[in-house]
Design a binder for this molecule. Structure first.
Ligand SMILES: Nc1nc2c(ncn2[C@@H]2O[C@H](COP(=O)(O)OP(=O)(O)OP(=O)(O)O)[C@@H](O)[C@H]2O)c(=O)[nH]1
Length: 324
């Protein structure tokens, strides 16, 4: 009989560093001579994260919805198919940052009943600076979701340590341990951690056995989840290139309610195309050469922001360039 394929789930709020970790874990497993498979779930209908994953890696995409609601059944199907078709040695599932991990765990364990997989547990990546701000302001559904993602974790990566001080990190670690006394907390910058240690400490049998989550007799995980219906997104499709500096200025003037944006852009003043990333007030650009035909687009994610206002600003930016 074939051995069950180990499956790791990856959660963490929008922009915390999940894809950064996914890329590194994939490289780590490849370095061990293993064949990893990945499933990526994005809220938008274009898989931008997929562009950052080695094209040799079998990848399944779940787009246009979130694992914990609209694409729940699809996850089971995609996971079973990936395992059957590509026979990976290990699978990593990256949920959207808006996903409630309970539903993700539920859906994955359902699949485990028939698909020959072994759910190892959940890695939660937290953006230290963003979590700290949320923790100090206490309240709101984003904060509740971040807490749930930490409560459900088998191991927590406290990422973006370059953005907090030692005292702040200690304050965060105390809070995290209160929410989840079982999971080890590993500090990191750009999710750079000792992967061997991470996979050993976080998923040791006795920890999983005594972990924060117990299954109910009905097979579901017994923990109240907070929905993420408050999270909204707006996808903009660009008709023509925009000026990079004006685009940067627009991004830096975004309202606080928009905490995540990413997209693929052609600038009028540069030769190549760029994947842009904006997470908790930090902007990053990566040069890319997308495979196949992909139009310029940007997705903005946040709470109760005005999509109409944002669209107007973006259209004005496009119009300025068209006239120039
Ligand atoms: N300053 C800083 N930035 C980081 C660190 N780790 C990742 N980033 C940046 O944060 C942004 C978001 O990282 P991702 O790995 O795409 O985050 P994600 O959790 O996959 O985002 P979603 O898919 O939208 O949920 C990117 O611009 C990263 O380069 C870190 O340790 N410090």
């Amino acid at each position: 009989m074939n051995k069950d394929v180990p499956v790791y789930l990856l959660s963490g709020f929008l922009g915390s560093g999940k894809t950064t970790l996914l890329q590194k874990l994939v490289a780590y497993w490849q370095g061990q001579g293993l064949k990893p498979g990945v499933i990526i779930n994005e809220l938008g209908d274009v898989n931008l994260d997929g562009m950052l994953v080695d094209s040799e890696v079998p990848t399944a995409e779940l787009l246009g919805g979130c694992i914990c609601c609209t694409v729940r059944e699809d996850l089971a199907g995609e996971l079973a198919m990936l395992v059957e078709r590509d026979r990976p040695d290990v699978v990593l599932i990256e949920a959207t940052g808006a996903a409630n991990p309970i539903d993700l765990l539920d859906s994955a364990t359902e699949t485990a009943m028939y698909a020959g997989i072994d759910i190892k547990g959940l890695i939660t990546v937290a953006d230290a600076a963003h979590l700290l701000e949320m923790y100090r302001n206490r309240g709101g559904r984003t904060y509740a979701l971040m807490q749930d993602q930490i409560r459900c974790a088998s191991v927590i990566i406290l990422n973006k340590m370059d953005r907090v001080s030692e005292r702040e990190a200690e304050e965060l670690e105390r809070a995290i341990t209160e929410w989840n006394a079982y999971a080890p907390v590993v500090r990191a910058i750009r999710c750079e951690v000792d992967f061997e240690a991470l996979l050993n400490i976080g998923f040791a049998a006795e920890r999983v056995e005594n972990g924060p989550l117990k299954k109910t007799p009905g097979g579901r995980f017994d923990m109240l989840g907070s929905g993420h219906e408050h999270v909204t997104s707006y996808t903009h499709r660009f008709k023509n290139p925009v000026d990079s500096e004006r685009f940067e200025a627009l991004i830096s003037s975004l309202p606080r309610e928009i905490y995540r944006a990413k997209g693929l852009l052609t600038f009028s003043d540069t030769a190549s195309r760029f994947l842009f990333q904006y997470a908790f007030r930090e902007l990053d650009f990566i040069k890319v050469t997308p495979q196949g035909k992909l139009d310029d687009m940007a997705v903005f994610i946040g709470e109760h922001f005005s999509a109409a206002e944002l669209r107007e600003k973006l259209e004005a930016l496009e119009a300025e360039e068209a006239q120039a």
